[in-house]
Design a protein around this ligand. Structure first.
Ligand code: S3P
Length: 427
């Protein structure tokens, strides 16, 4: 499709609901006993994969168009699916659901689309095997389809995580909730903590001290009401757009500001962006963020910064193309195993539009500022690459054509409409 063009952006957007919390709201609703209601659920393709996956595991879930209601069955009420479960493009669904069915007395098979079926699963299979579940990937590889033969006799685990990953941590936590005894997980770097927070919200117990998480099972959880805040990872596209487009001011309402997710705000601050928070609600961890056209300078992003902004790195790379100096992103090798290899995709696709950006083994080096031009680019089936390229296209008067634009529906079904609503054609 031909991407949207603009002279400047002005206006207000209610960003879509948080993807990580929406997934978990269904998962916790299913494994708790009693009714869970979810308000502001993200009806993006990924979260719908989780919702449909739990229906196949025998959990009654109703979407009245407004609220999602889950009649929780508890861990012991899940039923064997009568066919393999298709989780589409969703890495969060497959990895977290593996941890949940690891404790079930039946066998489950999960698979996904051509992208998910190339993503590594050993990171979850290895600790779940240690806990006693039997898992196999496609033809003995670590790739989906994954078949899991669960056990009601899961053992607790002491696990030092080799990578910083909230998905791996969460899969182990779901299994640990079902194992008899105390498990400890030591994080490599702190990653998003929504699973830990929701264990507490649903009446469970978990202790977190620095990078060490301690949890004793088995535990029974109780249904709750979940109100999902907006997704800072979706807001990030407009935070960057507002900073790099001339004569612009964008207000983003109800953005989630959980501290394990706000690395993008720290980067914007370090690069000199003009933004401020208002209407801060510290209980629901949300705020309104307003950002204006900014003079930007380069920065270095590394170490414990990375898990706090891992999904924002493609759009941060675009931000860096408009900043003065050389921005270095390192320790971000995890980008290679996202929906696509995001180091290659970001560097190759932005280079087609004239960016001065080089891939490295564990990140990127970006020289700015630079004037982008038109071209033909490809989302490669990755929602965040597609959205980043649309924001890049706003910076040029020339035509930018995007292949596989439909990928944005994974996390942000109305993305192009929201961009359109901000466009000012008079400078
Ligand atoms: C997620 C964790 C991250 C992130 C993904 C969502 C989650 O993945 O990239 O989009 O909801 O737990 P990793 O755990 O692989 O870093």
């Amino acid at each position: 499709m031909k991407l949207l063009q603009a002279k400047s952006l002005k206006g207000t957007i209610e960003v879509p609901a948080d993807k990580s919390i929406s997934h978990r709201s269904i998962m916790f609703g299913a494994i708790a006993k009693g009714t869970t209601t979810v308000k502001n659920f993200l009806r993006g393709e990924d979260c719908l994969s989780t919702l449909n996956g739990f229906k196949k595991l025998g959990v009654p879930i109703i979407d009245d168009g407004e609220v999602i209601t889950i009649e929780g069955v508890g861990f012991d009420g899940l039923k064997a699916a009568n066919e393999a479960i298709d989780l589409g493009n969703s890495g969060t669904s497959i990895r977290l659901m593996m941890g949940i069915v690891a404790g079930a007395p039946f066998t489950t098979t999960f698979f996904g689309d051509e992208y998910l079926n190339r993503r590594p699963m050993n990171r979850v299979m290895a600790p779940l095997r240690q806990m006693g579940a039997h898992l196999n990937g496609n033809a003995q590889t670590e790739y989906p389809p994954i078949t899991i033969q669960g056990t009601t006799q899961l053992q607790p685990i002491h696990y030092e995580m080799p990578i910083a990953s909230a998905q791996v941590k969460s899969a182990i936590l779901f299994a640990a909730l079902q194992a008899k005894g105390t498990s400890t997980i030591i994080e490599k770097e702190p990653s998003r903590n929504h699973t830990e927070q929701m264990i507490k919200q649903f009446g469970g117990q978990i202790a977190v001290e620095d990078k060490t998480i301690t949890i004793t099972g088995p535990q029974a959880l109780t249904g709750q009401t979940v109100i999902v805040p907006g997704d800072i990872s979706s807001a990030a596209f407009f935070l960057v757009a507002g900073a790099i487009m001339p004569n612009s001011e964008i207000t983003l309402k109800n953005v989630g500001i959980n501290p394990t997710r706000t690395g993008i705000l720290d980067v914007l601050e370090k690069m000199g962006a003009n933004y401020h928070l208002s209407e801060i609600d510290s209980i629901n961890e949300s705020a309104t963020i307003t950002i204006q056209t900014s003079q930007l300078k380069a920065t270095t992003i590394e170490g414990s910064d990375i898990p706090r902004l891992i999904d924002e790195l493609p759009i941060i790379a675009l931000l860096a193309t408009q900043a003065k100096g050389t921005t270095i992103i390192r320790n971000a090798e995890e980008l290679k195993v996202k929906e696509t290899n995001r180091i290659d995709a970001t560097c190759e696709e932005l280079s087609k539009l004239g960016a001065n950006i080089e891939p490295t083994d564990d990140g990127m080096i970006i020289h700015g500022p630079c004037q982008l031009h038109g071209g033909n680019v490809d989302s490669r089936g990755d929602h965040r690459i597609g959205m980043m390229l649309q924001i890049a296209a706003l910076l040029t008067d020339e035509v930018v054509e995007l292949t596989k634009a439909e990928a944005v529906a994974v996390s942000y079904p109305h993305f192009f409409d929201d961009v359109k609503s901000l466009i000012q054609n008079e400078a």
